[in-house]
Design a protein around this ligand. Structure first.
Ligand code: HEC
Length: 129
C-alpha cells in the first residue's frame, strides 16, 4: 500500500510542529529557571550601590566587607566565592545568606524586616566582594 507524499504531508507538518513546540517550551522552561535566580540578587549597578549603603548602615559595625577578619561576626570578603559559609558551614549560596538574615544561626540579630528588594541589593553587594 503506497502512501502518497501529498497525503502524508499534513501528518509530517503536524509532527514537525509538535516537535518544534516541544523544543520551544523546553527552552522557555529552562530560561524561566535561570530568570528566577537574579530575582534573589539585584543585577544592576544601582542595586549594588544601594546594597552597599544598606550594608554600611546595618552590617558594617559587625562585619568587615574587605577582609576575613572577625569583628563581631566573620569578615565577608569573597563570601559568595567561598565553598561554605564561615559559621554555619552551609554551602555559600544567596539562599543561605538570606536564611542567615531571616533566621541567624547564633548571636547575630535577625533582619526579617528587610524587604525583598533590600535583601536582593545586599546580596548584589556581597556578590561583588
Ligand atoms: C550585631 C552584630 C551583627 C550585625 C549587625 C550583623 N551580623 Fe552577620 N553575623 C554576626 C555574628 C555574631 C555572626 C556569626 C553567626 C551568628 O551569630 O548568627 C554573623 C554571621 C553572618 C554570616 C555568616 C553566616 C553563616 O552561615 O556562617 C553572614 C553571611 C552575615 N552574618 C551577614 C550579615 C549581613 C548581610 C548583615 C547586615 C544586614 C549582618 N550580617 C549584620 C553579627 C552581626
Amino acid at each position: 500500500m503506497a502512501i502518497s507524499f501529498r497525503k502524508s504531508l499534513p501528518v509530517i507538518l503536524m509532527f514537525s510542529a509538535a516537535i518544534a513546540f516541544y523544543a520551544l517550551s523546553e527552552i522557555y522552561e529552562r530560561n524561566k529557571e535561570k530568570a528566577d535566580i537574579p530575582s534573589l540578587i539585584t543585577s544592576d549597578y544601582e542595586g549594588i550601590v544601594r546594597g552597599r549603603k544598606i550594608f554600611d548602615s546595618k552590617c558594617r559595625f559587625c562585619h568587615d566587607a574587605y577582609s576575613t577578619e572577625t569583628l563581631v561576626g566573620p569578615g565577608l570578603k569573597g563570601i559568595l566565592k567561598r565553598e561554605r559559609l564561615p559559621v554555619s558551614n552551609r554551602p555559600s549560596t544567596p539562599e543561605n545568606i538570606l536564611r542567615q538574615l531571616r533566621q541567624p544561626v547564633d548571636r547575630m540579630p535577625a533582619f526579617e524586616y528587610l524587604s525583598e528588594e533590600e535583601t536582593s541589593d545586599i546580596l548584589a553587594f556581597l556578590y561583588g566582594l
